[in-house]
Every structure is written in C-alpha cells, then in structure tokens.
Design a binder for this molecule. Sequence first.
Ligand code: COA
Ligand code: AMP
Length: 632
Amino acid sequence: MSQHGRKYSDEYQRSLADREGFWLDAARSVDWSVEPARAYSDADAPISRWFPDGELNTAYNALDRHVAAGRGGQPALIHDSAMLGRTTTYTYAQLTERVARFAGVLRAQGVGKGDRVVIYLPMIPEAAVAMLATARLGAVHSVVFGGFAANELAARIKDAAPKVVVTTSGGLEPNRRVEYLPTVHEALATAGVPHLPVIVKHRDGFATDPGTLAWTFVDWDGALAGAEPAAPVPVKATDPLYILYTSGTTGTPKGVVRDNGGHAVALLWSMANLYDIHAGDVWWTASDVGWVVGHSYIVYGPLLAGATTVMYEGKPVGTPDAGAFWRVIADHGVKALFTAPTALRAIRKMDPEAGLLAKYDVGHLQTLFTAGERLDTDTFHWASRVLGIPVVDHWWQTETGWGIVGNPRGLEPLPIKAGSPTLPMPGYELQIVDGMGVPVPAGEEGNIVLRLPLPPGTLTTLWGDDQRFVDSYLNAFAGCYATGDSGYVDEDGYVFVMGRTDDVINVAGHRLSTGAIEQVLGKHPAVAECAVIGVADSLKGQRAVGYVVLKSGVTIDADVLQAELVALVRKEIGPVADFKNSTVVEALPKTRSGKILRKTMRQIADGEAYTVPSTIEDPSVIDYLLPVLRPR
Ligand code: COA
Ligand code: AMP
C-alpha cells in the first residue's frame, strides 16, 4: 500500500468498473476552460472521445498555470548539451514568455486552430518551444525525428499538409554535422510544396543562408524579436494536439493522432502515480523529441506536472565518455531518469563496472525507468547492482502515448520481477489471446490485446484515415485493440512482453518497418526481390539485415552491392535505419501464395527453434538458407 493509503489493485479495478468516476477524478488535475461533465463518449465508436464536453489549452496547462501559481522562477527546462559543453536553463516564466512569442510568430505565418505545423529539429530548446507554441494556438504539430532523410520528411509533409515547417540550420552528432537545410529543401520539392514557409533557427557553425533557392525563408530569431505574444486558444478536449508518424508493416508511416484533453489527464496521472514526479521535482528523459517518449516525457508530462525537465543533447557514450549520464544526473539533481535499455547496454559495454559513477554524486536519483524495448534481465541486474536503486521497466507504444503496463511507483510500488514491466495501468484491460481471439491460460504466450475502449491519452485515429485505424488495430480481434506485441501473463498477473508479431523491428529503441527498408532495397537495379529481418544484436536489441535475390543475368560484387544498398537506405530513410548488412541469396522461402517467411528466417538467424509453415512452396529453400542465416 502506498504512503497515501491507496492501493494499485483498488485503483485499477475502479478504472474499469467506474470509468466515469475514475477519469473525472483524474481530470481535476487539469485547468479546464470548460470543465467536462462526462469522461467518455462512444458516440463515434470505434473512435473514442474522452472528456467530450471539456475545453482546455494544453500549453496553458504546461506553462502559464504554473506561473500563475507562483512558480514562475522555478526551472522548467534545463537544456544540457554535451555536444557543446553548455547548459541553458529556462524558468517557467521565461519559457512561457518565449512560447507565447513564438506562437505569435506562427500566427503571423497564418497558423490558427487546427492547422498543422511540421517541426524538424534536433534536441535543442526550440523544439519544445515550437511544440508548445503550436499547442498554444490550438494548432497541431507533427515532429519529425532528425535522423530521417528527405523522403521520410516529405511523406510526413504531404500527409499532414502543414501551413509552415520549423527547422534549424544544423544538428550535431558525435562524428558528424547534420545539415538540415538541404534536406528540408529537397523534402519540400518532393512533397510538391517548394514555397511553404520555413522558419529556421540559426545554429552557430552552420550556414543559414537561403541562397538562391526559391523558398520562403523566415529567420527564427528575427521573427521572434518582433513578435507579439499570442494568448492560449481553448480547444475541445477531443481536438487533435499532435500527429506523430510511426512505422507500420508497410512503407507508409501511420500518423498517430493524439487529442488534447485525454492526453493531459493521462500524462498527469502517469507523472504522479507511475513515476512519482511532482511539481518542483527534476526529471530527465534521455530520448529525442522526435519519438513518442520525447513528446510525452521530455515535453508535455513533466511540464504539465510543474516539474523541471532535462533535455539532453548528447549520447550515453562518447560525449565524452560512459559517465555522461551520471554527470547529467549529478549536475541537475535528477530524481528519476527514463531511458532505453540500449543506452544502458552502451554504457555497460564501455564501462562494465560503471567505474565512472564514482566521479559523480548521483544521490538524488531514486528510480531508473526504461522503455522502448524489452529490458533484458542481464541489463536489469547490472543496472540494479551498479546504481542500487529500483530499475523499473514499463511497456508502451507510440499509439498509446503512455504506459500500458508499468509499476506505479507513486501509487503503490509493486515488487519488481526481472523481465516483466509489471501490471496493467488503469483503463487498460489486457488479455492474451490466441490467433482466434480466445484467451489463453496463464503462462501461455499469445497476442497481447486491449479491450476497448482504450483509456484517455491513447490514439484517437490515424491522421485522415479512420479506416486504416480500424483496419490496422481493431479488426483482428473483435472488441479489442491489437497491440502487435506477443507475450504472456504469469500466475501473479505480471505481464511479460516478448516481441512483435508483425514486421516492425526495434533498433536501439527506434521503431522501424522492415517493409519500408525492403521497398528501398527493391529500388536497386540489381535486386529482383528481397527480405529484411531484424536479427538479435547485443547492443541495439535488433539490427536490420537484408537478404537479396539478384535479377537473372546480373553479376555484382556482394561488397559493392552492400555498400550501394547501405547508401540507398541512408538516403531514402535516413541514418536512423542503421542498415549495415546485406547478403545475396539464390532464393527466399515463401508460402504458396507468395508470402515471404520472414519469421522463420529470423528464428533461424537468431538460433531459435524454428517453425516452417506447411504452406511453404519449396521446403528445399530452407535447407539451402540454413548455413547462410545461422549465426556464425
Ligand atoms: N539526427 C541525425 N542523425 C541521427 C540522429 C539525429 N537526431 N540520431 C541518430 N542519428 C544517426 C547517428 O548519427 C548514426 O549515424 P551513423 O550511422 O552515421 O553513425 C545513426 O543515426 C544510428 O544512430 P544510433 O542508433 O543512435 O546509433 P549510434 O551507434 O550512434 O549510438 C546508442 C548507439 C546506443 C548510443 C544510441 O542508439 C542510443 O543512445 N540509444 C538510445 C535510444 C533511445 O533513446 N531511444 C528512444 C526511444 S526511448
Ligand atoms: P514505439 O512505438 O517506438 O514506442 O515502439 C513500441 C514497441 O516497442 C512496442 O510495440 C514493443 O514492441 C516495443 N517496446 C516498447 N517498450 C517495451 C518494453 N518495455 N518491453 C518490451 N517491448 C517494448
């Protein structure tokens, strides 16, 4: 039982038995311009509407209300750049003022309620400012991760049809400078909107010169200096706050839509109850604003809660060493850190006994949270041992926006079991079902599904495509949302998430579509067909490997082909795909209907027991591929 006398099991049961009461209570943590009288409406089912009669402004809740409550002098955002060796702090008053003025800049570009703003920025404070300024106007942002190439940016611009793009002249990677402007220019041309206004934050050391290119170029600093602050615009709780594109099984990314009201309520619930973070606490999420983790827990969650959020521009290793995380925790007095297991594995690889910890005082750190990929038990035990604090895995997805399964540290810390993210969070009615949708007994692996409706804060639809939303998530199992993950529940109800059931892979906590990489490989003139699978990688969890069949009569050196394919994926998808390996094969295993047996290939490559479906067209292909795929 928690220090406040509340029990997880009571709260969880109430969230399902008394949905209205539970979430209306939770909604009291938000400042509404119109208080909701109802929590949930199924009038548009299967699309969920949370707080259908409520109105609010999310940026007001994240900023102004804390200033009004007397916390204007408290740090809101600490930007720690390991790349530049510089830290900049914005108080709530300063961040509110800056966001209000940048909202004025956006308004001057014609952005109003419901309009879209595409944000393509690295981990600099302007990313948070641009997101919050968009929200302040009741507009809808779509942030694109900086590691995506022009084509991916173009696809998102095309789909979201923004009024303006916000970017910078440059990003900093450890061994590379990332020139943003040529990428943006190419993306606008590809998307067929070459004259779309582009607001550019100049970064020292990068050219911010529109040059002779024919585009509408707005200088961030100049525009901000002359801007009139804009007041927060109330929107309906059900209006969209943002679109975030994520990988599906096809090459076309899915535009996950998040609403305003449900999002604010769910994030506030999670900050207090899941993470035990409250106003005045210092919280650090080491991710990127381009991912959902960055949206929810670098920007919105901690600011809605009135906490101080640390935004880190750097890596766990190499900037300058494997003590970087401990340095940030010590410098800013971080109470809880949220990162991906990959980052911990990278630190461990460089500093196996975490010797660098001794250089820093990390005494403020109470909890380490991980998500983005499964926290393998080895890394769990290592991190628990070297830090001596609870290491807490939790499981969620871009679609849900906050934890599906977690350990509610602020409500009632539950015993931690290695390998499990613990128990379902309120509102998530989780079941493990077989292929026919029939629940399986405890201990048996199956598809993880969530009974509808999903709780507040989860996706409401896919941008401009309700049908794809239904087809992608709701059709497979009647009355349920299909998570795309498989796993099991043990006799204590603990959930174990084992991996994806579709062609989505997870590389260094980054979600990628093997289908998208296959589409790119297929463009190479020598390639007749190909399969991309995610094979186990000791550092990054998985890595993408391509198996290609050459067109008949084509001869090409395998190394030359690999180099060309690597360059092609980097150009078309971006460095984030981290595609480095391809192998030429004579044939791929397929079913009689032509479906490539990627799962069987992956099982063989990972040295697991493999299953060959009876529908295989030519079983001899498996015999041929065994020595090619098997780990050496
Ligand atoms: N802009 C441009 N390029 C980027 C980028 C960005 N924002 N982020 C990554 N890249 C590039 C990297 O420079 C690298 O390019 P390279 O092939 O030229 O070296 C490539 O994308 C792959 O990056 P990454 O997967 O980060 O690998 P890495 O070898 O540079 O670093 C780790 C390895 C483990 C240190 C790193 O992956 C990491 O910190 N992971 C944590 C993951 C995380 O926070 N995930 C978010 C979900 S919670
Ligand atoms: P993303 O949408 O990028 O957050 O990726 C979501 C996917 O990452 C999930 O569907 C899982 O496959 C995987 N994932 C995220 N967190 C975890 C976790 N804690 N344990 C296991 N898998 C996870």
